[in-house]
Design a binder for this molecule. Structure first.
Ligand code: FES
Length: 390
């Protein structure tokens, strides 16, 4: 663990931006649904507490604030009466999907004087990894989505197994659960998935920052431990009574398995890493598992799990068999269900942290520092960030 002592009693006030981001951090792209869920009819989305809809027109994706400015009816109840525009179901106000301009008020005739005087806010929308992504910002030009996605995922062909699930609980608890070191060893001890993944009872850890990510680097690993007066605890698997020969920072077992060349080329300093705005990356020898925690509002989030195997052509077939036959149910199912449960029942701070929680502190610090820089950049552009509501 890092030098120095963890502060004892904690709350989030040490990280004011983190504390204020109950409904999420602005200035990022977020996955909201699968690409094939969005067609020529509006698909309603709630993101960072904002109500919007996404829709396709001639294949292109658009996003728009959902509330009709006339009388407040959701535009997602309307439809496309004219090409490239959405018409509100109530009185037929019609907005250009690209610009948000009110281009017709059908029930006031072609010369309606309200036209040109109202503009509905729009959202930038992209399609990546078979999903629809929406940018929520403060009027700034969005950064290219590929700069935000994990670099290896953007630049290499991969076959993906995905799950999107609406879950209760604040998105910060979800990130912290994902990156939390202790729970993988204890909470998940009963997960079927863990039958095949021995883990040390405990280990020392160093947090390393590289580029946009912070990594948990496992050092000394203890596969069994004697607790004086209590007994012995083991992290070894039922089928293998010996600990792996050497620790590695890809996956949690010895490096006897061949490592996928794309994963090996990354030279990740640690197998679990996290980046803004709440993306977890767990690198195993043959695949990488990503979790995107998407803030819906202060009390709900979307869990987006993406398992990527960097293969193409016929070599993708074993992945499909493995994913559909086992991983989807054991990992994206039961294992991940245990996480869901914890995120639902974790209570808000104050909290009293112990050594393995250093990973949480480092994540909060990363979020705090990155947000500080973003807000400074916005102010430099003369933009006023949206008031964060805690
Ligand atoms: Fe939308 Fe009247 S409420 S047109």
């Amino acid at each position: 663990h890092r030098e120095g002592k963890l502060p004892g009693r904690q709350d989030w006030s040490t990280w004011p931006h983190y504390q204020a981001a109950a409904a999420g951090f602005r200035g990022y792209w977020y996955p909201v649904c699968f690409a094939d869920q969005v067609g020529e009819r509006p698909h309603r989305v709630k993101l960072l507490g904002e109500d919007l809809f996404v829709i396709r027109d001639k294949g292109k994706l658009y996003g728009m604030k959902n509330r009709c400015p006339h009388r407040g009816v959701p535009l997602s109840n309307g439809n496309k009466q004219f090409p490239g525009a959405i018409s509100c179901v109530y009185h037929g106000w019609t907005f250009d999907l690209e610009t948000g301009d009110l281009v017709a008020a059908i029930t006031d005739g072609p010369q309606s004087p309200i036209c040109g005087k109202v503009t509905q806010p729009t959202y930038d929308v992209e399609e990546r990894l078979g999903m629809v992504w929406v940018y929520v910002g403060d009027g700034e030009k969005p950064h290219p989505i590929d700069e935000q996605l994990p670099e290896e995922l953007v630049s290499n062909p991969a076959v993906l197994g995905q799950r999107i699930q609406a879950r209760e609980g604040n998105w910060r608890f979800a990130v912290e659960n994902g990156y939390d070191e202790g729970h993988a060893k204890y909470l998940h001890r009963t997960a079927l998935w863990r039958m095949f993944k021995p883990m040390p009872v405990w280990n020392t850890t160093r947090i390393v920052k590289r580029d946009r990510w912070i990594y948990r680097v496992q050092q000394e690993q203890h596969w069994t431990a004697d607790f004086p007066g209590l007994g012995r605890w083991t992290g070894l698997a039922w089928y293998k009574a010996k600990p792996p020969k050497q620790a590695t920072n890809i996956g949690n077992t010895s490096s006897h398995r061949e490592v996928n060349p794309v994963i090996a080329a990354q030279e990740f300093p640690g197998f679990a890493s996290v980046s803004m705005p709440g993306v977890l990356r767990i690198a195993y020898p043959t695949f990488i598992h990503y979790e995107f925690y998407v803030p819906v509002d202060a009390d709900n989030h979307l869990y987006v799990g993406v398992m990527a195997d960097f293969q193409k052509g016929l070599k993708t077939l074993p992945f499909y068999a493995k994913y559909l036959g086992a991983v989807r149910w054991l990992f994206h199912g039961q294992f991940s269900g245990q996480d869901k449960w914890m995120v639902e029942i974790t209570d808000a701070p104050p909290e009293k942290l112990y050594r393995p929680d250093d990973s949480l502190l480092q994540w909060r610090k990363l979020a705090e520092d990155v947000t500080e820089d973003r807000l400074a950049a916005l102010r430099e552009q003369g933009l006023e960030p949206t008031e964060e509501a805690s």
